[in-house]
Design a protein around this ligand. Structure first.
Ligand code: GAP
Length: 432
């Protein structure tokens, strides 16, 4: 299956409306992608599940939505202007560029040249800042600012406002989902490394205490891994990897990546970072305990995931084939459509009418597809390929008995369900 899996996903994504190259009619733009009608649903479902799990199901976490462009001083103080860099080396034979910290990719490239009998050498590593510059205002000189390179800084600079406007007390967390931008030097592997992407991040504030930090770090590591598994990612495809000191971000005391076994090798899905007091102390922010009046600079444990990487890995993990049938066995909570409704025959008005009324009714509660083209077999195949968990067919028996055939995507088993019970059936099968 790994053979050509990436190509199959890229092709399916484009053909069925998950992901397209951005501004494709003008030749696209490297590192930018658009999400189509099904991709946008997949991403919304991922974000909704994340927010429900991180914010709604807990008492100790609140959300924010900070601006993408902030006062440029933020990036100076946070150390990003200086330290948010990637080292790059260039192959002197073919001029292909690689991140200098990606040893396995470099070795792979070296052996490709060696196999051809070529002697390879590299340029010295050069560092590049990843922040994307923007210019504000209409008159010269325009004000230089930056698109945020991580969504995180908004949470730190809002820290005092959050404390004074809500009832949170340490330990507590702040959750945020939003776009980030990086001037990546080697965008690639489809949406995996893009220049514009979305992050879903939790910043968890604790007392500055080594033992507590270790416990909270371990707790969030497991929580985050379990969340992906609860939404269908196979456990064998996930692992944690501790960052080498030289690859740690400038703000991190300690970091571990949750990695996914992608067709292009084990790759970062989410980063768990111990940021210590790096950010708050840089922004000169302290916390006064309302009960003890003790004042200190909190430490931060961060769980930072990528929505686009999650979407890509959920798709890769769910892809399966059975003969000529492609089935996207994606978790029903993430599936773009929760069900599809078909009249058995499109040219029988009484079937179409009943099917339409079922479709209209279900759409009040779920995102549901309608299909009356071709034969039933083709419609099943088409829905399987995009991961629709249930197909509902209205046939002649439905007119008499007021029930329908419901076919399960993964087992292909069919059962008759009474029409008034359909909506609750879907709710329990999919969302509970
Ligand atoms: N605030 C911490 C932070 O930004 P990071 O490890 O640099 O940490 C967090 O990024 C997550 O954001 C990554 O685990 C990944 O899922 C996602 N991400 C980072 N760079 C990305 C890129 N160029 N394209 C797509 N997703 C990216």
């Amino acid at each position: 299956m790994a053979n050509g899996l990436m190509e199959k996903i890229v092709s399916l994504a484009k053909r069925r409306g998950f992901v397209y190259p951005s501004s494709e009619i003008y030749g696209g733009l490297t590192g930018f992608w658009d999400y189509g009608p099904l991709g946008v649903e997949l991403k919304r479902n991922i974000k909704e599940q994340w927010w429900k799990n991180i914010v709604y199901e807990r008492e100790d976490i609140v959300g924010v939505d900070a601006a993408i462009i902030m006062n440029p001083e933020v990036w100076k103080v946070s150390g990003h202007l200086e330290g948010f860099t990637d080292p790059l080396v260039e192959c002197k034979v073919c001029h292909e560029r690689f991140r200098a910290d990606k040893n396995d990719k470099i070795k792979e490239h070296e052996s490709e040249h060696k196999d051809k009998g070529e002697k390879i050498s590299w340029t010295e590593p050069k560092t590049f800042n990843l922040l994307t510059e923007v210019f504000l205002g209409v008159t010269e000189p325009k004000q230089k600012a930056y698109l945020r390179g991580e969504i995180t800084q908004g949470v730190f600079v809002d820290f005092q406002n959050i404390i004074s406007s809500s009832r949170v007390k340490i330990p507590f967390g702040v959750a945020q989902i939003g776009k980030a931008f990086r001037n990546e030097i080697t965008p690639g592997n489809f949406t995996f490394r893009s220049r514009e992407f979305e992050q879903m991040e939790l910043e968890y504030f604790i007392k500055p205490d080594k033992k507590e930090a270790e416990g909270v770090f371990k707790y969030w590591k497991e929580e985050r891994r379990n969340w992906y598994v609860s939404l269908g990612i196979k456990e064998k495809n996930l692992r944690f990897r501790i960052h080498e000191p030289k690859e740690r971000a400038h703000y991190a005391i300690f970091a571990e990546d949750l990695e996914y076994d992608a067709p292009f090798g084990w790759s970062e899905l989410e980063g768990i970072h111990h940021r210590g007091d790096w950010d708050l102390s840089r922004h000169k922010i302290t916390y006064k305990d309302p009960d003890s009046s003790e004042e200190y600079t909190p430490w931060v444990i961060e769980a930072s995931g990528g929505v686009d990487r999650a979407a890509l890995f959920f798709l890769l993990d769910a892809y399966s084939e059975d003969g000529d049938r492609t089935i996207l066995k994606i978790h029903p909570k993430l599936a773009p459509y929760k069900a599809a409704v078909f009249p058995l025959l499109a040219n029988k008005p009484e079937l179409a009418e009943l099917a339409r009324s079922i479709y209209d009714d279900l759409r009040k509660r779920f995102y549901v597809a309608w299909d009356d083209r071709g034969n039933i077999g083709k419609r099943y195949y088409s829905q399987d390929e995009i991961g629709t968990p249930y197909c509902i067919t209205v046939d002649f028996e439905s007119l008499e008995k007021k029930d329908v055939t419901v076919r399960d995507r993964d087992t292909t088993k069919q059962e008759r369900i009474s029409i008034p019970k359909l909506s609750d059936f879907l709710h329990h099968a999919i969302l509970s």
